[in-house]
Design a protein around this ligand. Sequence first.
Ligand SMILES: [Fe+2]
Length: 347
Amino acid sequence: MAVVLRTPAVGHDRRERSRSPPHIVNNHDKDPQLDAVITCSSVLDWLKPECDAFRGMVVPRSQTWDHAQHFLDRLYSRVVNFGVVDESESLMEIVPLFDGASESKLGVQLDAAAQRLLSPLVQHGLPADLAAQIRMDVAEAGPVVARLLPNAAELMLKLELTRENICGRWHMDNYVGRAIVSYNCAATVHVHDDFVDFERFEIDRTDICRGPNEYVIRARKAIRSAGVGNILFIKGMLFPSRVNGLVHEAPDKLHRHDCSVATRLILKADEWAAQGTTLFITVDRAVGGMMLLEDTVRGDARAAVAQLKALGVQPALLTGDNEEAGRRAAAAAGIETVHARGRAGHL
Ligand SMILES: [Fe+2]
């Protein structure tokens, strides 16, 4: 059997720890140890140390929006016809996390981003109560996702109206983490590692001649759904803990009476990188790829800085990069003072 190496922890976990354990409200009737996702009573529980042992966290909620299916199908046609969304079937906003922003400032930024995402959809018929729910979900989950990854520079919010743009293969996300809500149709499905054939999983992931993806799972009865309307957090392979990389898959498409694919509305809050600067490559307004940039410090920099300090000079690092990237480079060079996000005229 092939050995699959988990991505080691990166960075330091500076999460605030609560003393009370998460309120586990609905673990499955089978062995809860064989559930890769812990069930929590609120998204704030995601910050508790008990979640470290799981590859994902979910908050069950009773509200679903299947009654809005007709409006969502009509909305899909309108936004595609008017060019509001393209073949990516999604709208996206980037929220910066490192501007020395307080929690309240982050809340304002998240809400503004949520309103920008929702505005064109509301104009074309998204029900007002569903828009209000999405706005509340961004306000609730966004700050918690940001606190889960205190080193991350930005949060990407996405609203997706999907029909065809679904990757129906078992996988682990090759980035840090994602909070996701499926408001109707069906939700993300996941499985515990004990039921994954990782030899087939690796072949399926890397081989062009991939076989039927379903054989990756040893026992289909072990597959569990996050649940429509629930808030799921998926730890990606770069999530900074020893237990990460939830094996999951998008749900099967649902079809309407006329055999057309039913529109599924999804909210995502993503963190791609726990460090560095992320560049998104877009093709015709859709994200086609991303690059992570990180400065390295020359090997003799620390000694040079030490010599300057010995002469009574207090060096400072000036950078046009974000504050977190600047802090890391300064720490590597032995510099305490950082001025980040500078422009050419300021440096
Ligand atoms: Fe995924």
